[in-house]
Write a protein that binds this ligand. Structure first.
Ligand code: NAD
Ligand code: KPL
Length: 306
């Protein structure tokens, strides 16, 4: 029996990256559009344009409205964390019992909130180091080869659809410890991204702010221990410096969002870390100060602070 189609909710940068590779490998992929205007615009255009290694390819994948009749057995949610709840609510009535729902969001907070509203679905969380961005002309560029960890919200064996990722050439591994992966990445993002926004700099220029990074990593390591993930705290400071060195010429995703005037995912990154610290009574004064400075900066830029 043919595997069910993938429905991609949020055909932005990372959604396009997944949709095009799956389609290239022969999987059936449908794009879920926000509404009639988005669907019309998409259908009048060339389709998804995807650039890998300087080579552009176009994929004319079918687009659907949220209330299209087809049931959804496999849903890839690739919108921003703050859009997840509304986006999935619009298609929830189409999910078959036991539907596979894969969440690609960075940070934490959106995933478990959503999973609680989908008791009959099999929810998979992802943490990816792949990178993609949309060029001014609309094409999505595969900017950073990386790796994707996938794991269940509860205890569940590896799902069958992983073979489709294999065929699509999406480097990945199933892990029962996905929460530790997500927290580790969140901690790294907390130590890097807000500072790049506040200092207006590339990741590599954070070498000028080593004491601040050391202090943040100490607090973040204490927080990781308090949430019950001591392994995620091991070598955190070294890992942050490794990421800074490997991405020294890059601007962090949060820096890019702010300079482009886009809403950030602050609430699901440093906001989530500070909220968990408060809940668990872990003192994180430097992290909290950084969050407040970031909020003041976003406010001054006229951007949402949540
Ligand atoms: P993006 O803004 O490029 O794409 C999100 C897409 O979702 C947009 O096209 C938007 O129109 C669409 N969308 C929002 N609400 C919708 C709705 N109700 N119905 C249909 N579509 C809807 O964002 P992105 O960069 O692809 O990031 C998505 C998530 O992946 C984020 O959580 C981000 O942190 C994470 N992520 C991104 C990258 C990357 O390199 N881009 C890397 C790792 C993780
Ligand atoms: O994930 C990142 C981002 O920019 O969001 C890195 C490159 C790791 C910096 O925190």
């Amino acid at each position: 029996m043919a595997p069910p189609p993938w429905h991609v909710l949020g055909a932005g940068s990372i959604g396009t990256l997944w949709a095009c590779r799956l389609a290239r490998a022969g999987s059936t992929v449908r794009l879920l559009m926000r509404g009639p205007a988005q669907l019309a615009r998409y259908e009048q255009g060339p389709g998804l344009r995807w650039v890998e290694g300087g080579v552009e390819r176009t994929f004319r994948l079918p687009g659907d409205l949220p209330d299209a009749p087809q049931p959804i057995a496999q849903l890839l949610v690739a919108c921003k964390a703050y859009d997840v709840a509304a986006a999935v609510a619009a298609v929830r009535h189409r999910l078959v019992p036991g539907a596979q729902v894969i969440l690609l969001q960075n940070g934490l907070g959106s995933q478990h909130a959503l999973a609680a509203t989908l008791p009959e679905a099999c929810v998979t969380l992802a943490s990816t180091t792949e990178g993609a961005f949309r060029r001014d002309d609309g094409a999505v560029v595969f900017a950073g080869q990386g790796f994707t960890w996938l794991g269940p919200t509860g205890a569940r064996p590896a799902p069958l659809w992983l073979s489709e990722l294999e065929q699509a050439g999406i480097p990945h591994q199933w892990t029962p410890d996905i929460l530790a992966r997500l927290w580790r990445k969140l901690a790294i993002n907390c130590a890097i991204n807000p500072l790049t926004v506040l200092h207006g700099c590339r990741n590599g220029e954070l070498t000028k702010h080593a004491p601040a990074i050391t202090g943040l990593c100490q607090e973040l390591a204490r927080l990781l221990q308090a949430v019950g993930l001591p392994n995620a705290a091991v070598g955190l400071l070294d890992a942050v410096w490794e990421v800074i060195a490997a991405t020294s010429q890059n601007y962090s995703s949060m820096y890019q969002d702010v300079t482009a005037g886009r809403r950030t995912e602050i609430h699901y990154l440093i906001g989530y870390a500070c909220a968990e610290a408060a809940r668990l009574c872990v003192a994180v004064p430097a992290l909290e100060q950084l969050r407040q400075n970031l909020i003041a900066h976003l406010h001054a830029e006229g951007l949402p602070t949540d």
